[in-house]
Design a protein around this ligand. Structure first.
Ligand code: HEM
Length: 245
């Protein structure tokens, strides 16, 4: 096929209503010119990062709405919007797999051109790292403190599958999917550049493992430990066999 012919029509004219509404002329100009690409894998490398930034923008915007609805105790809205967040997080995880179609050597060629750029500078990721605290404060004030509830009560001693429990589980899922993204991202690094090498910032990528151990809502994970210890104490450290042996 004649590449130059298809390159010339790939971005469209930018004048039709569809193109104007979506601002395709700017959107499709956000990638490097074809002539400047390091190799034929670089376009997807840039596009995957750009798409992930867009999903993180949508997630952050949706979390702001969720915070408003938490303060109004509008559980239906909170749960529906968290569902949107969860779907976007799953897309973020799934889309990392595109980069596994890039060979290690071709990534090294792209990497030569990245300057000192690092995912740590991602605006989307940085804003998401700041949002869990205000969300937790709203949940605690409006769903727990206002009703004299605690995490322990909604999960265990006063468990009734209440609104507070539903919201807490939506928050736990947001947290878990964020961790899964981090885990899959580390696997991607393992596959493309190896986990033992220095990153572009000169630090070992194993530093990322610290992120893997960090959760947004530790109280929602701790309650599971407490319940297992408490319920387990009823039968001691070792249980009797259910077969009576
Ligand atoms: C082949 C593909 C990729 C490689 C080899 C890679 C490599 C790395 C490395 C080595 C780091 C450690 C931090 C540093 O640079 O010092 C990092 C961090 C990061 N990367 Fe990637 N990355 C890839 C793709 C992606 C994609 C598609 C995203 C999409 C959002 C992404 C987002 C991030 C984020 C948010 C961090 C910071 C993580 C944190 O601070 O916990 N990376 N990446």
């Amino acid at each position: 096929m004649d590449r130059s012919y298809f390159y010339s029509i790939m971005n469209g004219q930018g004048t039709l209503d569809y193109e104007l509404y979506l601002n395709t002329s700017q959107l499709l100009a956000c990638q490097k010119d074809f002539a400047d690409l390091a190799n034929r894998d670089e376009l997807q490398f840039q596009i995957v990062h750009q798409v992930e930034e867009l999903w993180m923008k949508l997630i952050a915007y949706t979390l702001l709405d969720i915070d408003d609805y938490l303060q109004q105790e509008n559980t239906n809205r909170v749960v529906t919007l968290f569902r949107r967040v969860h779907v976007a997080e799953k897309l973020m995880i799934e889309q990392l797999a595109l980069l596994e179609t890039m060979s290690p050597k071709e990534y090294q060629e792209i990497r030569l051109r990245l300057g000192n750029g690092s995912g740590q500078e991602s605006p989307g990721f940085r804003v998401l790292l700041k949002m869990h605290q205000p969300l937790w404060q709203s949940f605690q004030a409006c769903y727990l403190d206002r009703h004299q509830l605690t995490v322990e009560k909604i999960y265990n001693s006063e468990y009734s599958h209440s609104d507070a429990y539903l919201v807490a589980e939506s928050m736990a899922e947001f947290d878990e999917l964020f961790q899964k993204f981090r885990f899959h991202h580390v696997q991607l690094i393992h596959r493309s550049i190896g986990l033992g090498a220095k990153s572009l910032k000169g630090r070992s990528v194993e530093l990322l493992n610290e992120g893997l151990r960090t959760t947004f809502f530790p109280a929602l994970w701790e309650v599971r430990n407490q319940m297992t210890d408490e319920w387990g104490a009823r039968y001691g450290v070792i249980r009797d066999s259910i077969g009576g042996h």
